[in-house]
Design a binder for this molecule. Structure first.
Ligand code: NAD
Length: 244
């Protein structure tokens, strides 16, 4: 197996589950008691902007009640201690637990709760408080703010940067993602075309499982720190052969 240099890590809602943030696909098909069409689409926002502002304001406020778990912290450790190349976290999550866990190299492809987007001037501004239709853009002064979240039907952020990371990578990890939401769900196939190994961490096989080279099942808060320790110790993922 080729030497591992740059590591690209895709994370999803599952990595934050043990911190107490519910994942997306609950049994009833709702996201935090709301229909996805109502709170995570441009059409839902046009129909009821107040509801959408209230929904994300509540999620933003809830960040004060949660903290990073050992999986977030292990990825920060990997970034700090890995000497052979870069470690980049590409997250679909809108929480700030990677940063609070100590990761510096984080790409939020679906936006962030602690940011707000101005529909008028396009500014992305750090935003800690509640938002509403009456909130004023600190850059242009207009009342045209919306949650800085990439909704279904919208183009994820930083796609060029992500493509470039994937093309320079030599190991791909995917942690706590169901493999349903594209384009993130397609990254593993890009990695396969590029010809380097991939590892899926999940409770059970995701929809993309057959595309991964290795799978590690169990809670991310346990499996990810263990994996990071072994990777840092050996510099390779040969130990996975015994596991999978
Ligand atoms: P998802 O909810 O569709 O899937 C979560 C996956 O994580 C599932 O496959 C599940 O089996 C797995 N999982 C759950 N608990 C786990 C654990 N403890 N350890 C390991 N795996 C675990 O999430 P998704 O694929 O990220 O897609 C959902 C979309 O919803 C994303 O675009 C994201 O923006 C948004 N979202 C974000 C958050 C957040 O920021 N924390 C939370 C919910 C939804």
């Amino acid at each position: 197996m080729a030497e591992i240099r740059n590591i690209v890590i895709l994370t999803g809602a599952g990595i934050s589950q043990e911190s107490g943030i519910p994942t997306f696909r609950s049994e009833d098909g709702l996201w935090e008691q709301h229909r996805v069409e109502d709170v995570a689409t441009p059409e839902g926002y046009i129909r009821d902007p107040d509801l959408v502002h209230r929904f994300y304001s509540r999620l933003r406020k809830n960040l004060d009640n949660v903290k990073p778990n050992p999986a977030h912290e292990a990825l920060a450790r990997l970034e700090k201690e890995w000497r052979r190349g870069s470690v980049t976290v590409v997250t679909q999550n809108i929480d700030d637990l990677h940063e609070r866990g100590g990761s510096k190299n984080v790409i939020h492809m679906h936006g962030e709760l602690k940011s707000i987007l101005c529909k008028e001037c396009g500014a992305h501004t750090r935003w800690e408080q509640d938002s509403s239709e009456d909130s004023v853009c600190p850059v242009c002064g207009k009342k045209e703010l919306r949650p800085d979240i990439v909704w279904f039907g919208e183009m994820p952020y930083f796609m060029e940067e992500i493509d470039s990371c994937l093309s320079r990578g030599s190991l791909f990890l995917s942690i706590g993602t169901s493999g349903v939401v594209y384009p993130a769900a397609g990254f593993v196939r890009t990695v396969n075309r590029l010809g380097y190994p991939s590892v899926e961490f999940n409770l059970t096989p995701s929809l993309q499982n057959s595309s991964f080279t290795y799978s590690v099942y169990g809670k991310a808060g346990v499996t990810v720190p263990d994996f990071v320790s072994r990777l840092l110790e050996s510099g390779s993922i040969d130990f996975l052969k015994k596991q999978s």
